[in-house]
Design a protein around this ligand. Structure first.
Ligand code: GLU
Length: 510
């Protein structure tokens, strides 16, 4: 690593909601910046007006905030190298594009879409290996290299031009990528990319290079899909004479589908039942709603932790890592080259780990909101006990209800399968006798219930299961849940006896 002050940027285009791969790019930039006492910059790359989507910029910012990624310089924070939204920097790009024309590194091109199509057809017929505007073909096209100065001026004034980069012929470009190692390309494989459009806007390539230079970016950490643009970017740095201060590059591996085959898309999430966006997103045009991790009940720390370990790991056994730990352990050199498979079960496991690490009091408060919505009013102290009992079985706070509704409401029906299997002819008699024993208890706590059961079973011809299975059935209405003794203790004597009575009277053998 060079000795420059570390300044990294996350540079999303507001073309829709931020994919979780994008969040990971932001997170890796952030971890790298904080690890190296550097700055994390948010730059909004909105020069492609045709792809602009309302609300996307706010969505991106809210997503970063939710994840705990703090922005040092950005559209809302400001900073010494602003503005940080490219559409607010329009004037800057034009001047630099003109500089490239003056230095002979770029030229005006006036070809219509039809003319460009005709060129492609011609090249195809000639079976040329080149299918694009480049050193070999530009001489046959309408541009400032082939037209007279007067014609050129005339067409430029009419504003129907683009500015193209004049890619050098047959030059080997060699760049070191922190993750991929050495990247080599010959310029003959590259085309004369459009840098500036007639609408007065730069394209991504031009604006990106100029801004990274002006904003003194030291490291460009971005998705692998930008690797093919790297040689052009290097050539642009050279053309501007900025090669000395060119940032270092690190291209992150793709996030792959759970099967490992191909890039993780929203369609995979829809088909397999998981979100691919951090927050819920409503498409402003269609009104379609896409799920978000936040709304699905993930804790931001769990989500962060999960995505941080997609494509990188600190090489330790421990996987539950706070933001602070991630920062101190992060090593960009150790990011993997291979794509990282997304695993939904693992994502839930992370949430489970964070959930169980939270205090019962905190979880009870969150659960109370759900209970209130259901019209259930119970004391916090009771909910705290419930949470303590069931949290090991939950991944989300929203799982609590399924795991514990029977602690708030007596069963209205009984699971047929369990009745069929567990409710024998002698069950009502066994439960009635057992009920009498419980009724005699003064203290109704775990130990006294346990002792009562032991005494009750002593000398009897039936075993533990013949009592405990139907006992669970009358209390829960099903064969699931935490320990029966714990359930009975929480329900209390009166309610336990009532449920025994109801069960004995209502459950019929099947
Ligand atoms: N605006 C590009 C994007 O949407 C940024 C790529 C880069 O980081 O250079 O991903």
């Amino acid at each position: 690593m060079n000795n420059r002050k570390v300044r990294v940027r996350f540079a999303p285009s507001p073309t829709g909601p931020l994919h979780m791969g994008g969040v990971r790019t932001a997170l890796f930039n952030y971890l790298f910046a904080k690890k190296n006492n550097g700055q994390f910059i948010l730059r909004i790359e909105d020069t492609d007006q045709t792809r602009y989507v309302d609300g996307a910029e706010d969505y991106i910012i809210e997503s970063l905030k939710w994840c705990g990624i703090e922005i040092d310089e950005g559209v809302d924070e400001g900073g010494p190298y602003g503005p940080y939204r490219q559409s607010d920097r329009k004037e800057i790009y034009k001047e630099f594009a003109e500089r490239l024309i003056e230095s002979g590194n770029a030229y005006y091109a006036f070809d219509t879409p039809e003319e460009l199509e005709a060129m492609r057809e011609r090249l195809k017929e000639e079976k040329s290996s080149v299918q694009q505007y480049n050193a070999l073909t530009r001489a046959a096209m309408r541009n400032s290299l082939t037209l007279s100065e007067e014609e050129t001026e005339n067409l430029v004034n009419k504003r129907s031009f683009v500015i193209r980069f004049k890619m050098q012929e047959d030059e080997d470009i060699h760049v070191e990528d922190i993750i991929r190692g050495s990247v080599k390309v010959n310029t003959n494989q590259l085309d004369d990319k459009v840098l500036f459009k007639s609408d007065g806007m730069p394209t991504y390539h031009l604006a990106n290079i100029i801004d990274d230079h002006l904003m003194k970016i030291s490291h460009v950490i971005r998705g692998e899909e930008w690797l093919p643009s790297l040689p052009l970017h290097v050539m642009l740095y050279r053309a501007f004479g900025w090669e000395d201060t060119m940032p270092e590059f690190a291209h992150l591996p793709l996030l792959l589908k759970p099967s490992g085959k191909g890039k993780l898309s929203k369609r995979d999430g829809d088909a397999l039942g998981f979100p691919v966006f951090p927050l819920e997103w409503t498409d402003p045009k269609t009104g379609d709603v896409s799920r978000g991790y936040r709304e699905d009940g993930y804790f931001p720390e769990a989500f962060n932790n999960m995505i941080a370990l997609l494509g990188w790991n600190p090489g330790t056994e421990e996987e539950i890592l706070s933001m602070r730990e991630l920062i101190s352990m992060f090593d960009i050199q150790k990011v993997h080259k291979a794509g990282a498979k997304f695993d939904h079960e693992k994502a839930k496991w992370f949430n489970h780990k964070y959930l169980t690490a939270k205090s019962d009091e905190k979880l009870a408060r969150a659960y109370q909101t759900i209970l209130k919505e259901k019209g259930i009013n119970v004391e916090d102290s009771f909910v705290i006990k419930v949470v303590k009992l069931i949290k090991e079985r939950a991944n989300f706070v929203s799982d609590f209800w399924n795991q514990s509704s029977f602690l708030f409401q007596a069963p209205k029906e009984y699971d047929h399968k369990v009745v069929k299997k567990r409710w024998k002819e002698d069950t009502p008699a066994i439960l009635s006798e057992f009920k009498k024993q419980l009724d005699g208890l003064e203290m109704f706590d775990h130990d006294s219930i346990e002792k009562t059961i032991q005494n009750f079973l002593e000398g009897k011809e039936f075993g533990m299961g013949q009592l405990m299975n139907p006992f669970r059935l009358v209390l829960v209405g099903a064969g699931i849940g935490p320990g029966v003794l714990e359930i009975a203790t929480l329900l209390g004597k009166e309610e336990t006896l009532r449920r025994l009575e109801t069960g004995i009277n209502n459950i019929k053998r099947e």
